[in-house]
Write a protein that binds this ligand. Structure first.
Ligand code: COA
Length: 324
């Protein structure tokens, strides 16, 4: 018995922030951003939109694509680094909004790997007897981005994606997964204030401590190593070779991280989905946004083998291999 993807939906806000727009805000250039990251534009949530608002639209699309109703759901798991509020969970807000039954609903915090972690947890629950699990990745990093810091503000965008994961009895579904973490370098990517270590105060606001702090070049090196490691271990667990993979869907953080990871796997770039040029790094939304695009544009079909790999704050990393 395997957990398989029965439906998918995604949503990105309408507002587009281009590299040319950023040139007017910080000392940067389209040439620098494009050559160093591959990003051309990103979507930015409206002032009144929170993570659950984006997730709600993605969820409605996923339910429709799976042909089920909210009342059929067996659990709700949301991967997010930017929940509507510290508590209650964004998953509970979604449960109310869609009118799902009183099912288990919770968030997972694993940085940009949150969506894959959520999918891994859903698979375990499916094997334990649950069915029709709503798995969401939703993030609004723009609300935690310092638009005076050119080293980070050019990278991030907003979005959401949702899957309906079902119990199947055929061959399709999740073939293997691998998840890992290493907290020893957490300072390289974090949001200093707003938690119990440094609660909000006038000082934390004045010192801009409620935004993403990152040492990009250090994160870069760790990301390439972790994404490659996730790919190799996930493939090995299913005894599948890279050549059998129809499409690699990596977390969309930086084109150079993606290219280096694909190279280590000896996978040509035409087998890799890249959409970060249009969305930037949308954290947990990046993989479901890309997966939805792969399905809609016909880059994958039922029966194809797909490898998803991610890396995020923590640090966390992981991979999920599945037959679509
Ligand atoms: N525009 C112009 N110049 C910029 C700039 C910008 N937006 N951001 C940084 N620079 C400058 C730096 O100040 C530095 O200048 P200096 O040499 O005079 O000191 C120079 O560009 C090189 O900076 P560096 O940080 O070494 O560049 P890089 O090649 O490592 O690229 C990132 C920077 C952030 C694009 C890259 O490190 C990266 O993508 N890292 C991973 C980030 C990530 O994915 N995080 C999320 C993980 S889920």
């Amino acid at each position: 018995m395997r957990a398989y993807i029965a439906g998918i939906g995604s949503y990105a806000p309408d507002k587009v922030l281009t590299n040319a727009d950023l040139e007017k805000i910080v000392d940067t250039s389209d040439e620098w951003i494009t050559s160093r990251s591959g990003i051309k534009e990103r979507r930015i949530a409206a002032e009144n939109q929170a993570a659950s608002d984006l997730a709600l639209i993605a969820t409605e699309r996923a339910l429709k694509s799976a042909g089920i109703k909210a009342k059929d759901l067996g659990a709700i798991i949301v991967g997010t680094a930017t929940p509507d509020m510290p508590f209650p969970s964004t998953a509970c807000l979604i449960q109310k909004q869609i009118g799902a039954p009183h099912v288990m609903a919770f968030d997972i915090s694993a940085g940009c790997t949150g969506f894959l972690y959520a999918l891994g947890v859903a698979e375990i629950f499916i094997k334990g007897g649950y069915d029709n699990i709503l798995v969401i990745g939703a993030d609004i990093l723009s609300k935690f981005t310092d638009y005076t810091d050119r080293t980070t503000c050019v990278l991030f965008g907003d979005g959401a994606g949702a899957l309906i994961v079902k119990k199947g009895d055929g061959t399709r579904g999740i073939l293997s997964s691998h998840f890992a973490s290493d907290g020893s370098s957490w300072q390289l990517l974090h949001q200093p204030a707003g938690g119990s270590r440094m609660p909000a105060s006038i000082e934390t606001v004045e010192k801009r401590l409620h935004v993403i702090r990152m040492q990009g070049n250090e994160v870069f090196k760790l990301a390439v190593r972790a994404m490659s490691d996730a790919a190799v271990k996930t493939l090995r667990a299913a005894n599948v070779s890279p050549s059998e993979v129809k499409l690699l869907i990596p977390h969309q953080a930086n084109i150079r991280i993606i290219e280096a990871s694909a190279k280590r796997l000896h996978m040509p770039m035409d087998k890799v989905l890249v959409n970060l040029d249009r969305y930037g790094n949308t954290s947990t939304a990046s993989i479901p946004l890309a997966l939805d695009e792969a399905v809609k544009t016909g880059r994958i079909d039922r029966g194809d083998i797909v490898l998803m790999i991610a890396f995020g704050a923590g640090f966390t990393w992981g991979g999920v291999l599945f037959e679509y």
